[in-house]
Design a protein around this ligand. Structure first.
Ligand SMILES: Nc1ncnc2c1ncn2[C@@H]1O[C@H](COP(=O)(O)OP(=O)(O)OP(=O)(O)O)[C@@H](O)[C@H]1O
Length: 273
């Protein structure tokens, strides 16, 4: 990537309308586990927010609740800038990418990306342009006819991202999407996701265990604390540099990693390792 590109900057104010507002959310599972308590978080349009924290601090639970994949015990989730359906969910505005690509092995790359549109009753002919555009975005337009077994782990994850993008969501929720990939593939996918974020203006909430990954990707970091899960720290991460291979070896990045790392250690203070 050339150094002449615009530096990494947070989205302009007009994009920064609240997209999702989690207010005082608690979650107690039926076995009595208090996964979240009093969690409040407002994510604005155009942000790239990483949720970071020790194992079991409720990152996935928070993401699933935002996605409507689980109820809150108390508290509310509001979508101030979305149209809400009868289930209280923002119709079509949210997509989820899991750690496992969860592709259908019997369907081609094209068929896998078609699925969310098929479920909405859209014909293949009407969906084709959007499917190809989503595959192009993740660099897979030459693999439409391939089957998942023919793809590498990174490519499978790209298909999973294309499937999430094909519905043109405002918000992309990613739960440790690259944790199972090797380091080089992971860095490549980090760059691809950043490019996607910059080019489309999509809002991302990204769950990760990695200080380095969160410091590389995010415009804002939310560090959570465990037992019960809650927000420990919430801060923006700005830099004068574009985030690319040069950024990875820059002083700005080193400082960002140090800040995130110190905050994470604070959040884990008192835990037994
Ligand atoms: N369906 C469930 N039933 C009971 N307890 C659950 C359930 N799902 C999660 N938990 C518990 O809730 C707490 C938060 O879990 P969660 O998976 O949200 O944490 P996490 O921060 O994403 O963890 P990790 O980083 O290890 O993935 C944990 O103690 C977990 O064991």
């Amino acid at each position: 990537m050339s150094r002449s590109e615009a530096p990494f900057t947070p989205p302009p104010p007009e994009q920064r309308r609240a997209l999702v507002v989690m207010k005082d959310v608690s979650k107690v599972f039926s076995n009595g586990t208090a996964a979240l308590t009093g969690m409040s978080l407002t994510v604005n349009g155009g942000e790239f927010v990483s949720l970071l924290g020790p194992s079991g601090c409720g990152k996935s639970t928070a993401l699933r609740i935002i996605a409507g994949l689980g109820d809150t015990t108390t508290g509310t989730i509001d979508w101030p800038s979305s149209r809400i359906n009868s289930k209280g969910l923002p119709e079509g505005d949210v997509s989820f990418v899991f750690q496992e690509p969860t592709l259908m092995p019997w369907a081609t790359v094209f068929g896998n990306v078609y699925l969310p549109l098929k479920l909405r009753g859209i014909s293949k002919a009407a969906a084709t342009a959007d499917i190809l555009a989503a595959l192009d975005r993740v660099g897979l337009k030459d693999f439409t006819g391939a089957y998942p077994r023919e793809l590498s782990g990174g490519m499978k994850m790209r298909v999973s991202i294309a499937r999430a993008l094909v519905t043109k969501p405002k918000l992309l929720l990613m739960d440790e999407p690259f944790a199972a990939l090797d380091e080089i593939t992971r860095q490549k996918l980090n760059d691809d996701v950043l490019k996607l974020w910059k080019e489309t203006g999509i809002t991302v909430i990204f769950v990760t265990h990695s200080v380095f990954e969160s410091a590389y990707l995010s415009s804002r970091i939310v560090v959570m604390k465990a037992r019960p899960g809650r927000v420990h720290a919430d801060f923006p991460l700005q830099t004068s540099l574009d985030r690319d291979a040069f950024y990875r070896t820059s002083e700005d990045y080193r400082q960002a990693c140090e800040t995130v790392s110190k905050t994470l250690i604070e959040a884990m203070d008192g835990e037994h390792h």
